[in-house]
Design a protein. Structure first.
Lengths: 375, 268
C-alpha cells in the first residue's frame, strides 16, 4: 500500500483556499479522505481530467464533476505532486500525457534559452581567447581569387607604377632567387624593387613581394637576400596579411557594435591594411618557416643570421631600419634562427650566386635618380 | 496572534495597526504616517529574513526584492513596551489597501510589482518570475511579480477600487490586462486573444485579455496606475480629457477609403 499523498481539495461546500486532504491512488480510482472530518470520496480515474495550473504553469490539477458540482484536487507541494504523478497511470487519466508534455515543453523552452545564452557566451569567450587562430582559420577559407583582388588593389593604392620597378638587373636578381624559392607554390609570385633607400621589404596578399633598393644595397650576398625573400614568401604562403585584415575587421566590427563609431572602425582597418604590421608571433613563424624553405631549396640559411646581425649593427648606429622596427627584438631573432640552424644542419645546402656588380650598379643608378628628384 | 488593524479613508486610505507588546511589523519605506511614541523603528535589509549564505545571501535577496518594485531596505516597527502601540501606514497613492490573510491562501499570494505595503514580521517578499513568455509580454503585469509567503496579515495596495473574487474549480474570469493585482498560488493566469480583429481594434480593450481560472482568490483593481497617470497627464497637458480616440478613428476611415480608391484605380 502506497503512502497517502497530501493535497488540497476544492469544491462546493469546501473553504475557498481548499480543504487539506490525503489521497491514495488505487487500481482504477483515487480515494480521498480528510482526517477529523467525514469527508470521503472515491473518484474513478476515467472521470478525472488533468490540467495545467498555478502561476508557473507547472501545477497538476485533477478535476472532475461539472459546474456547480465541480471538484479539483491539487497536490500540496512539488514533492507531493511528483508522488501523485508517479502513482497515476498516464494512459488512464485524461490529459495527463498532455500535462506532462506541457510542463516538459515549458522547462525545455527555458532550458534552451539558458543553453543558447551559454553557447553565445562561450563562443564569445573562445573568440577572444583564440582570436588569432580564428582569424587564421577564416583567412584559410578566403578563395585565391579574392586574395588576388585584394593584392591588386593594395598594389594600386601603393602607386606601384611610379614607385616600383618590374624589370632591370635588380629585379632579375630578385626574381631569380625568388623563383627558386617559390617553385611549386600555389601562388604565382610577382617581384618588384621599390625605388626607396629605406631598408625594407614586404609582402602583399596574392603573391606580390616588394624589396626596397635600400635593402638590396645592404644585402652583402645572395644568401642574405634569399633569407629576406624566404621570410616574405612565408607571409604570403601563410596568408598573414589576410589574417591580420580579418582580425582587424573583427576588431572593427566589435568597435562598431559596442561604440557605434563607424569612423574608428574604418580607421582600424585602413591602418592595418596600410601598415602591413605583423605581430611578433607571426614574424617568428615567418622566420622559422623561412629557414625551412631555404633548406628545402638547398640554400644555406646562415644568410638570415648574418643579415639580422647587419640590421642590428645598423640599428645601433643611426635610425633603425624600417624592416626591423616592426619586427621582434633582433637579438632574440638571431638567437632563435641560430639555434634552429644548429639543430637542423643542412650539409647539402650551398651558397647562392648572383651578379652582384650589375645589381649594385642598378641600385646606385636608382639612388642617384632619387636624389636628383629630391632636389 | 494576528495583527489588530483598521483601514480608514475612502480613496486615499491609511491602515491603523495596533501593535501588541513584542509584536513587529514590516512596512514599505516611506509609508509611515505617524507612530506612537514608544514604537521602535529600524531599517532592515530586505524583508529581514536570514539566509544560509550570511550577509551576501541577504544582500542578494534584498537585491532580488528590489526588482519587484520595493526598495532594498524596509522599515521594521517593533513594540518593546507592555502596552499596545499604534502605527499608521498611508497608501502611496490613490486606491485601496487590502488586507490579505495568508493563512487563508495556503501561505502564498502572487501580486503585481510593488503591491506590498506592510505585513507581519517573518513574511517574505520574493521575486516571482513569469515563465511563460507570452503571458510576460502581453499579460500586462510584465515578467516580474511579487510572491508573498508566510503567515498572518499582509497589506497590499493597488490603484482604484479593489475587488476580491473567490473562484471555484470551474470558474474562469476574463480580466483586462493590467487590472490583475494578485492571486493565490493555485490560480491559473493566462492570456487570450480577444477573438476578432474588429473587437481588438475598436473594442478599446486591446488585442488580449487576461484569464484567471480557479480555484483560488483573485484581487482586481478598477484603475491601473498607468491608466490613471495617462489620463491625468493627458488632461494636464491639454486641459481637456483625452480626445485622441476620435482622430484615430477618423484616420482609420480615411485610410480605408484611400485603399479602396487605390484598389479601384486602373493599374498604371
Amino acid at each position: 500500500m502506497a503512502e497517502p499523498i497530501q493535497a488540497r481539495l476544492f469544491g462546493p461546500g469546501l473553504p475557498p483556499q481548499g480543504e487539506p486532504v490525503h489521497c491514495q491512488v488505487q487500481e482504477n480510482a483515487i480515494v480521498i479522505s480528510a482526517g477529523g472530518t467525514d469527508l470521503h470520496q472515491v473518484v474513478r480515474l476515467e472521470n478525472i481530467e488533468a490540467t495545467v495550473g498555478g502561476f508557473d504553469h507547472d501545477q497538476l490539477q485533477l478535476q472532475w464533476g461539472r459546474d456547480a458540482a465541480a471538484y479539483m484536487l491539487i497536490p500540496r507541494d512539488k514533492h507531493e505532486q511528483k508522488k501523485l504523478v508517479d502513482a497515476l497511470p498516464a494512459h488512464e487519466v485524461r490529459g495527463l500525457k498532455r500535462w506532462k508534455a506541457a510542463t516538459w515543453s515549458q522547462s525545455f523552452v527555458w532550458r534552451s534559452i539558458a543553453a543558447g545564452v551559454m553557447v553565445i557566451c562561450l563562443a564569445v569567450a573562445i573568440g577572444f581567447w583564440q582570436y588569432d587562430r580564428l582569424a587564421g582559420w577564416i583567412a584559410q577559407q578566403v578563395p585565391m581569387k579574392t586574395e588576388l583582388a585584394i593584392g591588386e588593389s593594395v598594389l594600386k593604392s601603393l602607386n606601384a607604377d611610379a614607385r616600383y620597378l618590374s624589370k632591370g638587373s635588380a629585379v632579375e636578381a630578385v626574381q631569380k632567387i625568388g623563383d627558386r624559392l617559390t617553385e611549386g607554390s600555389r601562388y604565382k609570385y610577382r617581384w618588384y624593387v621599390a625605388k626607396d633607400k629605406q631598408i625594407n621589404a614586404f609582402a602583399i596578399p596574392g603573391g606580390i613581394v616588394v624589396v626596397n633598393s635600400g635593402l638590396l644595397e645592404k644585402a652583402g650576398s645572395a644568401n642574405e637576400l634569399a633569407a629576406v625573400l624566404a621570410h616574405e614568401v612565408q607571409h604570403v604562403e601563410e596568408r598573414h596579411a589576410l589574417r591580420n585584415m580579418i582580425a582587424s575587421a573583427g576588431l572593427a566590427g566589435a568597435v562598431l557594435l559596442v561604440l557605434g563609431d563607424a569612423n574608428t572602425a574604418i580607421m582600424i582597418v585602413a591602418h592595418q591594411v596600410s601598415a602591413q604590421y605583423f605581430n611578433r608571433q607571426v614574424e617568428s613563424e615567418a622566420d622559422i618557416k623561412g629557414i625551412e624553405l631555404l633548406h628545402k631549396k638547398n640554400i644555406d640559411a646562415k644568410g638570415m643570421v648574418s643579415f639580422f646581425r647587419k640590421m642590428k649593427a645598423e640599428a645601433a648606429g643611426r635610425d633603425a631600419p624600417v624592416w626591423l622596427s616592426s619586427h621582434p627584438d633582433t637579438q632574440n631573432r638571431i638567437r632563435i634562427a641560430e639555434s634552429y640552424i644548429a639543430k637542423r644542419p643542412c650539409p647539402t645546402c650551398a651558397n647562392l650566386e648572383w651578379d652582384k656588380t650589375a645589381v649594385m650598379q642598378e641600385v646606385a643608378r636608382i639612388h642617384r635618380a632619387e636624389d636628383q628628384t629630391d632636389k | 496572534m494576528g495583527l489588530n488593524y483598521k483601514i480608514n479613508g475612502n480613496d486615499m486610505q491609511y491602515a491603523q495597526i495596533l501593535l501588541e507588546p513584542q509584536q513587529e511589523a514590516i512596512v514599505e519605506q516611506g509609508a509611515m504616517m505617524y507612530i506612537g511614541q514608544h514604537v521602535n523603528m529600524r531599517a532592515i535589509l530586505g524583508d529581514g529574513s536570514s539566509s544560509r549564505l550570511g550577509v551576501i545571501g541577504r544582500f542578494w535577496k534584498a537585491l532580488k526584492r528590489s526588482f519587484t518594485g520595493e526598495s532594498m531596505f524596509s522599515s521594521l516597527y517593533e513594540n518593546k513596551t507592555d502596552s499596545p502601540q499604534v502605527i499608521t501606514i498611508a497608501a502611496p497613492g490613490p486606491g485601496q489597501i487590502v488586507p490579505i490573510n495568508l493563512d487563508e491562501q495556503s501561505g502564498t499570494v502572487i501580486c503585481q510589482k510593488g503591491a506590498f505595503l506592510a505585513g507581519e514580521k517573518g513574511q517574505k517578499i520574493q521575486l516571482a518570475f513569469q515563465k511563460r513568455v507570452r503571458v510576460g509580454l502581453l499579460g500586462g503585469e510584465g515578467f516580474i511579480m511579487q510572491k508573498i509567503t508566510g503567515s498572518g496579515i499582509v497589506f497590499i495596495h493597488a490603484c482604484g477600487a479593489l475587488k476580491t473574487l473567490t473562484l471555484g474549480p470551474s470558474d474562469v474570469l476574463k480580466v483586462d490586462t493590467g487590472c490583475l493585482v494578485g492571486m493565490s498560488s493555485s490560480v491559473r493566469y493566462d492570456i487570450k486573444y480577444t477573438g476578432s480583429l474588429k473587437t481588438s481594434l475598436f473594442g478599446g480593450e486591446g488585442l488580449f485579455y487576461a484569464t484567471v481560472s480557479g480555484p483560488g482568490t483573485v484581487w482586481i483593481q478598477s484603475m491601473p496606475m498607468n491608466r490613471l497617470s495617462k489620463l491625468l497627464l493627458g488632461a494636464a497637458l491639454t486641459g481637456k480629457g483625452s480626445k485622441a480616440g476620435r482622430w484615430y478613428l477618423f484616420g482609420v476611415v480615411i485610410f480605408v477609403l484611400y485603399t479602396l480608391i487605390m484598389a479601384g484605380a486602373p493599374p498604371q
